[in-house]
Design a binder for this molecule. Structure first.
Ligand code: LLP
Length: 391
């Protein structure tokens, strides 16, 4: 791993209480610029940042300032977006279990559209909108039954998942929406999973959408204003410094080449991880180096409460010792939480590590801070941006 991050950071982090999240806002801006550059090349492409990946207010603000919309899955997320200045008309709202108050909040704010995941939900939205004297724009989330090459817990587009409505039910559901006065049908929504690095998976999604659009047109359904393909583009967890910015060119080109958009149709994306993943690191301190019978442990002050991905998904995050350049030794890097799954890396090579050394757990910008918990009555981690530390 390159040393730029290391040199730069050690000095800045020195006096701060650990653990904390650090967001490299220069990298975030570079990433946002790259997305803008690529989406601007195509007519009607629009990014709604998936706020579930990271709702840190300073991060949100930069994404909002870059002119992106937002993809929300709860009333709390909608409120966080509004608080950060996202225009309500650029917010889309998905989720299999929208509560009445969340639907009301969304309608009151005037969001762009709901991504509806079932018929009972459609009927409730229609009722609530009618009661409020409004018409809700709705898109249907379709389960395309496309398996993505990723972790089983984060594949969402398969028939057995709880998400979306089956392809074959689409005509019926659209007809139902057209017959209800509180809703207006505006589009189709898809999402096949997360941390996807093979463009073939997105290409397969495009083929499914093409088939469906042809079928709907043959049935006389032509009011599909927006196609929303969800998120899912992955990041390089193995080599964060080699690939700090994901290959957005390849990603957007895949859609440009394989998806048959109709004239005037808009294409919406809901990327989360690819936007914020590489700009965040969890900074932690080594508390103890413990020599056990079979293993050598580096016990750090961050735990699964601060970053749950390794414990929950067996996810890999590179770890760097920012304080040591000594020759490498093999450690299990573990946290202080009372769970055996509280382990960041097993049999991992790090420069010889001592009590007090600062470590960076990399690629933690997405699904890191936002998934933190207070288990063991721990404090939630603090967060700093590059600007905060330059003050
Ligand atoms: N749109 C929908 C409908 C989604 O369900 C998701 C993610 C996204 C967009 C954003 O996907 P992304 O571009 O970030 O892949 N906690 C897991 C990831 C869960 C993803 C859930 N849905 C993790 O840490 O890997």
């Amino acid at each position: 791993m390159d040393n730029t991050f290391k040199q730069d950071m050690k000095e800045r982090f020195g006096r701060l209480r650990t653990p904390f999240y650090y967001y490299d806002t220069d990298l975030l801006k570079e990433t946002l610029d790259a997305i803008k550059r690529e989406t601007d090349r195509h007519e009607g492409y629009r990014l709604h940042y998936a706020i579930k990946a990271c709702a840190n207010p300073k991060v949100l603000r930069l994404i909002q300032q870059a002119g992106f919309g937002a993809d929300c899955v709860s009333g709390g997320e909608i409120q966080a977006c509004l608080d950060s200045g996202f225009p309500a008309g650029e917010i889309v709202f998905a989720g299999v279990g929208k509560a009445d108050w969340e639907i009301e909040l969304a309608l009151k704010a005037g969001i762009q559209y709901f991504n509806v995941e079932s018929i009972p939900e459609l009927e409730v939205i229609a009722d609530i909108a009618t009661r409020m004297g409004k018409v809700a724009d709705v898109s249907f989330r379709i389960n395309p039954d496309v398996g993505a090459h990723t972790h089983a817990n984060i594949t969402t587009g398969l028939a057995e998942n709880k998400f979306g409505i089956a392809m074959e039910d689409m005509e019926r559901v659209i007809r139902l929406a057209q017959s209800l006065s509180g809703v207006r049908f505006v589009g189709l929504h898809f999402h096949i999973g997360s941390q996807i690095l093979e463009m073939d998976d997105f290409e397969a999604l495009c083929q499914r959408i093409n088939e469906l659009q042809d079928r709907l047109e043959a049935e006389g359904i032509t009011e599909v204003k927006n196609i929303n393909v969800g998120g899912g583009l992955g990041i390089d967890y193995e080599h964060p410094d080699l690939h700090p910015v994901p290959d957005f060119h390849a990603y957007f080109e895949t859609y440009a080449r394989h998806l048959n958009l109709r004239p005037g149709q808009h294409l919406h994306f809901e990327l989360g991880r690819a936007v914020v993943g590489q700009c965040g690191s969890l900074i932690t301190r080594c508390l103890y180096v413990k020599q056990a019978k079979a293993k050598q442990f580096v016990i750090v002050d961050a735990g699964m409460t601060d970053l749950i991905r390794p414990a929950l998904y067996g996810a890999h995050h590179c770890i760097q010792n920012l304080s040591s350049t000594a020759s490498a030794e093999t450690y299990d890097v573990v946290g202080p939480i009372c769970e055996s799954s509280d382990i960041f890396q097993a049999d991992y090579k790090l420069p010889s590590t001592r009590r007090g050394d600062l470590l960076a757990i990399r690629s933690a910008g997405a699904y890191g801070e936002i998934m933190a918990s207070r288990y063991n009555c721990r404090e939630l981690p603090e967060s700093y941006t590059k600007e905060d530390l330059e003050k």
